[in-house]
Design a protein around this ligand. Sequence first.
Ligand code: ADP
Length: 422
Amino acid sequence: MAKALLVINAGSSSIKFSVFALPPDDGDLQLLCRGVQENIGEENPHFKAFDQAGRKLDDIRPTPLSGAYRKAGADHRRRVSDTPSAASDGEVYDHQAALRDLLDWLDQKPELPEIVAAGHRVVHGGKEFSDPQRLTPELLARLEAFIPLAPLHQPHNLAGIRALTAVRPELPQVGCFDTAFHVGQPEVARLFALPKVYRQEGVQRYGFHGLSYEYIAGALTQKLGTPATGRVVVAHLGNGASMCAMRDGQSVATTMGFTAVEGLPMGTRSGSLDPGVVLYLLERHGMGVRDLNNLLYKQSGLLGLSGVSNDMRELLASPEPDAKLAIDYFTYRIARELGSLAAALGGLDALVFTGGIGENAAAVREQVCARSTWLGVSLDPTANAEGRTQISQPASRVTVWVLPTNEELIIARHTRQLVLEH
Ligand code: ADP
């Protein structure tokens, strides 16, 4: 009987999912469908699913459930066209309710094969975990220790795992870490110049977006026909944004550090900041941890600079001078980090753009490349405007690429390997 893997990326108020068919032989996994449950824990939960070609399969407004309602087996779903009445009875539609509904939805699709294992994105694996892990209650307890290192992501990732365990305790589950790809970096790339006692308790640079970089390293090998040779910098530019220097497909340095707020400015995150600014805000503005978290993670970056939006599409379309300023700062910082990462690599052979902005915003790629000609980057403007895979001039010393990332496929591959091939 045909079998499939479920991939879960659980955030604070959303759960993204993908289902991959397991081929009968050792061929690659095939995407069957994907989707998202949004507004979990909020007033108006919303479930959307798409097939492998991106065509909408379903669009549902689940209602909050009481156990009794569910046990009665009543149909708790209503179509979007129905009048929404979510949360009217004060019930919270939480991660567990969302995952139970997702599994019900999958069960009700006769064309979808049976789910035999699930893989989760887990943002932080600390210093300990450099490989995907089979999830057990003991492992979950150890991953909880990393919550202070990634307070905005880790608790929700773990909530997704716990919720799925509660609904399907027998289902094998695997955790794949966003930090893992960077574990082999040289020691100097991992340090902060703080007294040793802090390093010993784990205050060091970890780096994130590792699942994306792992996918790109593999895709680049395919494109170049050789192992992702030489010195490559990958710019993962989405709402979260970071860059990674790779030599022969291995991470050598990256812009995010102890947390996912370091490095590039992002949609709403500040990126690197003089720590003196934090001291000033503490002292002069009487800010507490919560205020600072909110400022640095939610109010800064492109949104803070522009005062317009955190969304690159809106900034590119905006006539506001501060929208242009935000884009200028973004591309300036990317180009500066590119110089820094090229220094860590001792040169540069290839530059790769990925993530929602990297894959789609030709104007951003153009600005970054224009600021990087000194490194040997020579952009082909037509190829860039058309969004071709290779966007550098044939004679460019540094080749430049646009490669769509696929973190879910990496999670699915690891899950298959750990659960089904061992
Ligand atoms: P996340 O980090 O949430 O996964 P994504 O990788 O989906 O984020 O990237 C989201 C960003 O990509 C947003 O700033 C969005 O405006 C930008 N983006 C998506 N499509 C386009 C486009 N066609 N042109 C410019 N920017 C785009």
